[in-house]
Design a protein around this ligand. Structure first.
Ligand code: XMP
Ligand code: MG
Length: 183
């Protein structure tokens, strides 16, 4: 039983729990092969990537290390400001590390392009990106994302880590938020 029924706050389910798990297993097999024999550091971007990280990291066979970064560019709204603020920095020195950034979603791409530049200046050996979701129509900058889960339409989505004003992160599927919720 839910504390409150939220089905009237969602319009469509875009990606189901099963589809997510299947896709993450596929991506994990690719990452295992691509990083064989290398030390891989997964960097999760808080808070949205928590669910992706938890499930993706456990789908990997490889021995990895994990770190987290918290940045914010959104506030409580639904549009990227492009202004990125570090709220929690990495604990790890990136020198010589193979870094895979784990993201929930690439929307405008502004956050990731900022992160990629920031990480490049810290001496990582390699930097790649894994994103569960991507909105191709929303791109403002081109991001070279090697591991993409699903391309989705340009609509505000919630669930599986993604929030609206901190709500809906614990939904198991990814769904479009009904416009009346934020109108
Ligand atoms: P950008 O636009 O910089 O996106 O690529 C940065 C961050 O914004 C969040 N984001 C969303 N969160 N539903 C959400 O709950 C969405 O549709 C959405 N689009 C972007 C997300 O944290 C992403 O990392
Ligand atoms: Mg968010």
């Amino acid at each position: 039983m839910r504390a409150a029924d939220i089905s009237d706050q969602l319009s469509t389910v875009l990606v189901t729990e099963e589809e997510i798990q299947r896709k993450l297993a596929e991506l994990a097999a690719r990452v295992d092969a691509d990083y064989a024999g290398k030390d891989l550091l997964l960097v999760g971007v808080l808070k949205g990537a928590v669910m992706v990280m938890a499930d993706f990291a456990r789908s990997l066979q490889s021995d990895i290390t994990m770190d987290w970064m918290a940045v914010s560019s959104y506030g409580a709204g639904t549009k990227s400001s492009g202004v990125v603020q570090i709220r929690k920095d990495l604990d790890t020195d990136l020198h010589g590390k193979h870094v895979l950034i784990v993201e929930d979603i690439i929307d405008s791409g502004l956050t990731l392009s900022w992160l990629l530049e920031n990480f490049a200046s810290r001496g990582a050996e390699s930097i790649e990106v894994l994103a569960l979701l991507r909105k191709p129509e929303a791109a403002k900058v081109k991001i070279d994302c090697k591991y993409v889960g699903f391309d989705i339409p340009n609509e505000f989505v919630v669930g599986y880590g993604l929030d609206y004003a901190e709500r809906y992160r614990n939904l198991r599927d990814v769904a479009v938020l009904a416009p009346h919720v934020y109108a």
